[in-house]
Design a protein around this ligand. Structure first.
Ligand SMILES: [Zn+2]
Length: 304
């Protein structure tokens, strides 16, 4: 069940008063000192006595979260079953994933992506799609996954060929569910962006890699902290010679193990450390990192 009070609280809406199925609160759409917003939680209607706006609660959510009405409706009544997707991600073939991916919208940037600094141009450049239409994937036993409302991150290989996607969903309580597909264990995200470079900064998350690319630092995302044999082989086949390992601050030991392993295999590597995740670097740290990248490997470990 969609919890309206919790939703209002999580959006910092002031002076929430609850009386059975009626809620009064300050309206987020105008400068409201006395609670003029009224919500009927059994009929799912809202009205503001201050600005005169109102309608179905989905229009309220759509406006407040800056999301399409359809997605707001889904949030209200039909939460997407993430557990279902989890158990069946292996079932998706590349062809099916491609078919789904092609249906994704690239001109709409959902709020959580806007918050991450993603623009409409980035959606295209980094192969991000939003499923704004029902996208049912039928599995065995008449079960299905509906990817409606999910954000898909396309994986393309070195030759710029589509190999699959990872998907992320923002639930009605604004918690983000991350659902890495099996593809994320075989490929590095961002391979197609590397062009002819033979050195790269390896990071954990797709947003880290996007952030570094936007700052002109070639980067690949591991989708976690696991650099397995399959991924190492991909890097070797591609002729990557220098790797800068830049994991989140809590993964210090993992970075060391990774670095030792790469060095043993003949791939030169060094560790980059910062007191924040790569996608939260300050401008001077970014300049620092770009310089380190351009000068090539000099030290085993560098603090930004
Ligand atoms: Zn109002």
């Amino acid at each position: 069940m969609f919890d309206v009070v919790q939703y209002l609280q999580s959006h910092n809406i002031k002076k929430i008063r609850v009386n059975v199925d009626k809620i009064q609160a300050c309206c987020p759409f105008h400068d409201d000192k006395n609670p003029s917003l009224s919500i009927n939680t059994s009929k799912l209607l809202w009205y503001c006595f201050g600005c005169g706006e109102g309608g179905h609660l989905s229009s309220f959510i759509a406006r407040l979260d800056n999301i399409p009405l359809k997605l707001a409706k889904e949030k209200l009544g039909f939460p997407i079953n993430t557990g279902c997707l989890k158990g069946s991600r292996q079932d998706l073939s590349v062809n099916l994933m491609y078919e789904i991916f092609q249906k994704g919208e690239r001109r709409f940037v959902p709020k959580f992506l806007v918050d991450k600094g993603i623009t409409e141009d980035d959606m295209e450049r980094f192969n991000i799609r939003v499923m704004l239409d029902s996208a049912k994937i039928f599995l065995e036993n008449k079960r299905y996954i509906n990817l409606f409302g999910w954000v898909l991150f396309g994986f393309y290989d070195w030759q710029n060929k589509f190999v699959g996607f990872s998907a992320r969903y923002v639930s009605s309580k604004n918690k983000i569910f991350w659902q890495p597909s099996i593809i994320a264990r075989k490929f590095l995200w961002g391979e197609w962006l590397l062009e002819d470079k033979d050195k790269v900064v390896l990071v954990e998350g797709i947003f880290d890699a996007i952030f570094l690319h936007k700052n002109k630092i070639p980067s690949l995302a591991l989708s976690g902290t696991n650099l397995n044999d399959t991924k190492i082989n991909r890097l070797m086949e591609r002729g990557i010679k220098n790797i800068f390992i830049f994991l989140d601050p809590d993964a210090e030991i993992k970075a060391k193990v990774m670095s030792n392993r790469l060095n043993l295999l003949g791939i030169k590597s060094s560790i980059i450390k910062a007191n924040s995740d790569p996608d939260e670097l300050k401008p001077d740290q970014i300049n620092n990192l770009r310089e380190i990248y351009e000068n090539g490997l000099k030290k085993d470990l560098t603090r930004l």
